[in-house]
Design a protein around this ligand. Structure first.
Ligand code: TXE
Length: 483
């Protein structure tokens, strides 16, 4: 396959409507580590301060901009993204390693999210209550939170910034976005689109660089009103502590999962295998909603393992731009090392690899999808988020044991059950401790108008997405009016 390699673009920080340069860093293609996809400029702490100050100055004017104008701008951002899906998806695929089809779907979702929040602005924004007093009425209004720091990971460089930035802007806030360093080309393109949308300078700012310098500057800034974060659990806990220590800022954390997919004896085997394959391995397992624990009832266990092993071995690992590939590379060399370490941990703990387990021979950060059997729920393999194409099968005797194992985890983001029993499905929906529950569907795959979030170590704070996003980005104000 011959491919023209586009010239290397440079992405700059956006501070108060100006493009700000800094130390240039390259980002490489995980499928071809020698290929530089883009360069980006690292922001200095002073740039972060300037971005926060600009956001503070711009926010009141943006909040009082007529709703029609705010809608127009958000709609324009969404429409521009949707008009450039192919080009942006290729860039995302080259930068992060996502399969081109998945990249197209993600960029499309980002565009739709901006348009969804544009139209949310015409929905009721408050509530009217009767008062217990005479000639008084009460209302609950919503005011914007203020300046919001948005800290995002590398696994969904379009969808996650979109589902945070779009509601933040829609509800009248100003934003400072700090993306993960692995995906600064996608963030840079988003910033260019937003800068060209007619949004006043300072309302949206982009600062790129490490968590330790740029991220930390946001957490400790007294002029930020709230932080919305998606990433690892340890980082999330640190974000929480810093937000409390520095101004008692509002914070919202989304920190991944160790999601169970239960397969009962009465399951349709083809649905079970399809959902396990999708949930465990698609997006190279780099999804917080991935199914990384397959909890399988004894009667179907051997048939399920046999069919899933064959399907896993048949998955074609390769260049994410090749439409025949079913699994792209691991996003970073560090993540690949971590995945392979977990494979060794699983082997040492006594689980058995029946598919994959190794790096491929190809150049690039490729790993074969890896399936363990004979796993127990107390193994690190089953307790810690690996964030790679590694899944494990845990055998159980019946429904009650399956639910017990599913809920026995520090996390609680999503869970699924494959069954033909309506009664088992209904009981599972009420007994599962996860924030998202699926029946006869993959544990991954959420929709933009519905709340997203979990419990336990997966989440802190209000839900993201849909109308629920308003709870983080606005502050309720109770008004009593006498007449
Ligand atoms: O995440 P980090 P990384 C998990 C997954 C993965 C691990 C590490 O298990 O292996 O996390 O990935 C910023 N102050 N998930 O290193 O470090 C950082 O720059 C402020 C799960 O990418 O948590 C980036 O922008 N910010 C997951 C963001 O936080 C800081 C998605 C996330 O980085 C900071 C990604 C600091 N001190 C990883 N340190 C999911 N569940 O969706 C880092 N950051």
């Amino acid at each position: 396959m011959t491919r023209r390699i586009p010239p290397v673009p440079h992405y700059l920080n956006l501070v108060d409507g100006r493009w700000v340069d800094g130390e240039r860093r390259p980002n490489t293609n995980p499928a071809r580590p020698g290929e530089v996809v883009a360069e980006y400029a690292r922001a200095e702490p002073a740039d972060v301060q300037a971005a926060v100050d600009a956001a503070g100055r711009a926010q009141p004017g943006w909040a009082s901009t007529p709703v029609g104008r705010r809608m127009e701008i958000l709609d324009r951002i969404g429409t521009t993204i949707l008009g450039r899906v192919e080009e942006l998806a290729v860039l995302l695929s080259r930068e992060e390693g996502k399969l081109l089809g998945e990249a197209r779907a993600e960029v499309t979702r980002a565009g739709q999210t901006f348009r969804y929040y544009a139209h949310q602005l015409l929905q009721p924004q408050g509530e009217l209550y009767p008062s217990t007093r005479e000639r008084v009425y009460a209302e609950v209004r919503r005011r914007p939170l203020g300046v919001v720091g948005v800290i995002t990971p590398w696994n969904y460089p379009w969808a996650i910034p979109a589902w945070k930035v779009a509601p933040a802007l829609a509800y009248g806030n100003a934003v400072v976005l700090k993306p993960a360093e692995l995906v600064t080309a996608s963030a840079g393109e988003l910033a260019r689109i937003i800068a060209g949308s007619g949004l006043p300078p300072g309302v949206f700012n982009l600062v790129m660089g490490s968590g330790r310098t740029v991220g930390e500057e946001l957490l400790t800034s007294a002029r930020i009103d709230g932080i919305t974060f998606t990433g690892g659990t340890a980082t999330g806990r640190h974000v929480a502590q810093q937000c409390i220590a520095h101004g008692n800022k509002r914070f919202q954390l989304e920190m991944g999962g160790k999601n169970p997919l239960v397969v009962l004896d009465d399951a349709d085997l083809s649905i079970a295998v399809r959902c396990a394959l999708d949930g465990s391995f698609f997006s190279t397992g780099q999804r917080c909603t991935a199914s990384s624990r397959l909890i399988v009832q004894a009667g179907v266990h051997d048939r399920f393992v046999d069919a899933l092993t064959k399907a896993t071995q048949a998955l074609r690992v390769g260049d994410p731009l090749d439409e025949h590939s079913r699994l792209g590379p691991v996003a970073s060399a560090d993540q690949l090392t971590q995945n392979l370490e977990y494979v060794e941990i699983g082997r040492r703990e006594g689980a058995t690899v029946v598919a994959g387990g190794q790096h491929t021979a190809d150049e690039g950060q490729f790993m074969r999808p890896t399936l363990f059997v004979d796993a127990r729920n107390d193994m690190r393999l089953a307790r810690e988020e690996i964030f790679g194409p590694v899944s494990c099968v845990i055998r159980v005797d019946g429904f009650d044991e399956a639910v017990g194992v599913a809920n026995d985890t520090p996390f609680g983001l999503s869970s699924g059950i494959i069954t033909t029993s309506l009664s088992a499905a209904e009981r599972f929906k009420s007994l599962s401790r996860s924030g998202i529950v699926t029946v006869n569907l993959s544990t991954a795959g959420t929709e933009l108008h519905l709340p997203f979030g979990g419990s336990g170590a997966s989440n802190h704070g209000p839900r993201e997405q849909g109308v629920y996003a308003r709870d983080f980005y606005t502050v309720p104000v109770t008004c009593y009016t006498g007449w």
